[in-house]
Design a protein around this ligand. Sequence first.
Ligand code: HEM
Ligand code: HEM
Length: 185
Amino acid sequence: MPNPTTEYRRVARLFHWGMAALVLAMIPAGMTMVQPGIDRSLQNTLFIFHKNAGVLLLVLVVLRLLYRWRHPPAPLPDDVPGWQHRAAGLSHAALYALLVIVPVAGYVRVKAGGFPIETLDRLGVPPLVARSDALAETAKTIHYFGGIALGLLVGLHIAAAVYHGVVRKDQVFARMWPPFARPKS
Ligand code: HEM
Ligand code: HEM
């Protein structure tokens, strides 16, 4: 079992890596499906994947934040400089904020625009926003810039993880890796 006083718990790791894989698929899927001239059936498949996996991500981030609230992560190792503590805190908070804002804006863009979200519709979940082209356009803009900000921040985040794992060779990367934590010998 991971040691919860120094590293992330098993459930936190599963949330992290499961959601990381989904987000890393969502960004290129979103960017590809809006390209003009793209094959129609590929576009449909990407839209269906993007909307439904996006709603799943929203559910997962809420569960993840509840879990984090009940099980706060261990503090960073003492040898990590203060500015890096603050940078990690700020960037993680911004990642969580964008992981909520981007899918909510996507949901509003689709439902206010009068389009389907196949799994929610099949489950009989009613639209939570009224049909409105103006609202759909505003949500589309928020989704667009939020998606770009999330992509940039994830890039920075991965660079920081590689810096810790390869340059500093400290314990920070091993706090979150591997996804299925090995028992400590
Ligand atoms: C879309 C992709 C990703 C997202 C949205 C994401 C998000 C996050 C968030 C929100 C945290 C803070 C966890 C918490 O304290 O509750 C975190 C921690 C971490 N992530 Fe990611 N992550 C992503 C991909 C990656 C990748 C690809 C790597 C490695 C190359 C990575 C390495 C780490 C590490 C090492 C930590 C722990 C940092 C610490 O000890 O404080 N992440 N990630
Ligand atoms: C973390 C989750 C999500 C990420 C990272 C993400 C990211 C993206 C990106 C990068 C784009 C291409 C840029 C653009 O044209 O806006 C996009 C487009 C789009 N996304 Fe998402 N998205 C997410 C969740 C959702 C959800 C939950 C929905 C709807 C239920 C959704 C619906 C859309 C739609 C409809 C477009 C096309 C925008 C347009 O109307 O032109 N997305 N998304």
